[in-house]
Design a protein around this ligand. Structure first.
Ligand code: BG6
Length: 481
């Protein structure tokens, strides 16, 4: 269904995120006829050379994505390049002029470091560019701790109301993440046993093979906790654990998510050392290639973590006593993200000794990427008329074979949701602040109890301490085959 005609202004249009994700997502939607012809994309650039350079870079990027020359040309017709310095109020005149007075809904995507969010919003307001329907989209990470997130939220709230502020976490736009809600709330089978009565523990892993890339300036100040845990992993955890909202609608879903975040038991003081592990990759091998260690890539020593594993618990009725293990890292052995739910074993085995080594507990594996899909591990009888033999086997549902439809990129969904005015897959300020409230004491605790991250070899599954974190409780990480 086409969205209403719009003007989308992208700050940071020449940046990595815009080129890698935003333009390809918009171009796909444009190709599919979802964006009305008169809709415009205004790209904010700071340097004169980008005025000509950016359209060429965008065309190159879209070609890499496999778009045809006709589609690239059609997409370029939507682009207007605007030269502006985000912190210089006098330069906003150019944007005001470019926008004109077409009466369309204006959305401003701030694909910039968070310290520019306040000046940009203030300058847009001062230049009288915001209309009563304008929306602002804020990229993560929103601030670097609770205090800075609050400061941003308060400043933005003085200019735009909450229902026109879209805080993006692209994990919420991933098909498999949305499917988590469908899996839980459209299938009697799972929701009935989605509690601590039937579930032994949960693991959430987001492993990446990429390293620092060209983001040293940002990443070394942020680290994996701020870059991935505070947002993506906590959002996955929240959607996994929420109570059923009465309707799939922004207010209801976000209310339930906030309750989960508030139920997270704080990890403070010496518990930080007990329940969390942070690591930094050294040299190693990925896909047969030798790669450098973090400090080497960075050019100097650093205590920034590139890996985090932690064990947490939710203090509420449904989840009391169920350990939830989170793990994420750069330069790990394989790129994959998944949620693994391990159910409790059957209370008694009726199968005498000798039929199997052990009755493995059922495991539900929700694979977010790659090979998105759902697997359920069941115990099965091996065919044959001899002695009874029982083994674990998988029910395996892959998106690629179950559906003919193309799986859209997360940003395709999220950008059109902004234009449609649907906030269900965006974070309320309370969610972001609550997540920082939980994360801040862990980061502070590292300074006191674990100032140096543990070393792990690039291409491994992280430091041995992360394995110890789960193994000391008689469990193990479910690594992919
Ligand atoms: C971003 C992080 O939000 O997510 C990156 O800043 C990370 O460090 C990326 O690599 C991972 O996203 P995806 O969709 O590739 O899993």
């Amino acid at each position: 269904t086409p969205v209403p005609a719009f003007d989308l202004v992208i700050f940071g249009a020449g940046g990595d995120l815009a080129l890698r994700k935003l333009f390809p997502a918009l171009a796909q939607r444009s190709r599919e006829g979802v964006l009305p012809d008169e809709s415009r994309i205004l790209c904010i650039v700071r340097k004169q050379e980008d005025v000509d350079g950016l359209p060429k870079q965008i065309a190159k990027r879209l070609k890499e994505e496999g778009l045809s020359p006709d589609h690239i040309h059609a997409f370029q017709q939507r682009l207007t390049i605007v030269l502006l310095d985000a912190v210089k109020p006098e330069t906003y005149k150019a944007l005001k002029k470019a926008l004109g007075d077409d009466g369309r809904v204006r959305s401003f995507y701030l694909s910039t470091p968070p310290d520019l969010f306040i000046p940009i919003c203030e300058n847009l307001a001062a230049a009288d560019i915001l209309t009563p329907t304008s929306r602002v989209i804020l990229e993560k990470p929103l601030g670097r701790d609770l205090a800075s997130a609050r400061e941003i939220n308060d400043a933005v709230a003085r200019i735009l109301p909450e229902d026109r502020t879209y805080r993006i976490d692209h994990y919420l736009g991933k098909e498999t993440v949305q499917n988590l809600l469908v899996l839980r709330f459209a299938n009697t089978l799972f929701e009935r046993s989605w509690t601590g009565r039937d579930i032994d523990h949960v693991q959430i892993t987001v492993a990446e093979t990429v390293g620092l890339e060209s983001r040293a300036g940002y990443y070394d100040k942020a680290g994996q906790m701020r870059d991935m845990v505070q947002n993506h992993l906590m959002q996955l955890l929240t959607l996994f654990a929420i109570e059923p909202p009465n309707l799939l609608e922004a207010g209801a879903v976000r209310d339930e998510k906030i309750k989960v975040l508030k139920a997270l038991r704080p990890i403070v003081g010496p518990d930080v050392e007990r329940y969390t592990v942070r690591g930094q990759y050294g040299t190693g091998q990925i896909d047969g290639q030798r790669v450098r260690g973090y400090a080497d890539e960075l050019g100097h020593l650093s205590n920034t973590e590139t890996f985090v594993a932690l064990r947490c618990e939710l203090d509420n009725w449904r989840w009391a006593g169920v350990p939830i293990y989170l793990r994420t890292g750069k330069r790990m052995a394989q790129r994959y993200s998944e949620i693994v739910v391990t159910f409790k074993p059957v209370p008694h085995s009726i199968f005498g000794g000798g039929s199997c080594d052990k009755l493995y507990a059922n495991r539900l594996l929700i694979r977010l990427q790659p090979n998105d899909g759902v697997q359920l591990q069941l115990m099965m009888k091996v065919p044959g008329s001899g002695r009874l033999k029982i083994v674990p086997r998988q029910l395996d549902l892959r998106y690629s074979t179950a559906f003919d439809e193309r799986t859209p990129d997360a940003y395709e969904r999220l950008l059109t949701d902004v234009i449609r005015g649907d906030q269900t897959l965006f974070m309320h300020r309370d969610e972001v602040e609550q997540a920082w409230r939980w994360v801040d004491p862990i980061i502070a605790g590292w300074q006191d109890y674990s100032p140096h991250p543990h070393r792990y070899a690039a291409g491994s599954w992280g430091p041995s301490q992360a394995i110890g974190l789960i193994e000391r409780e008689g469990r193990s990480w479910a690594d992919p085959d």
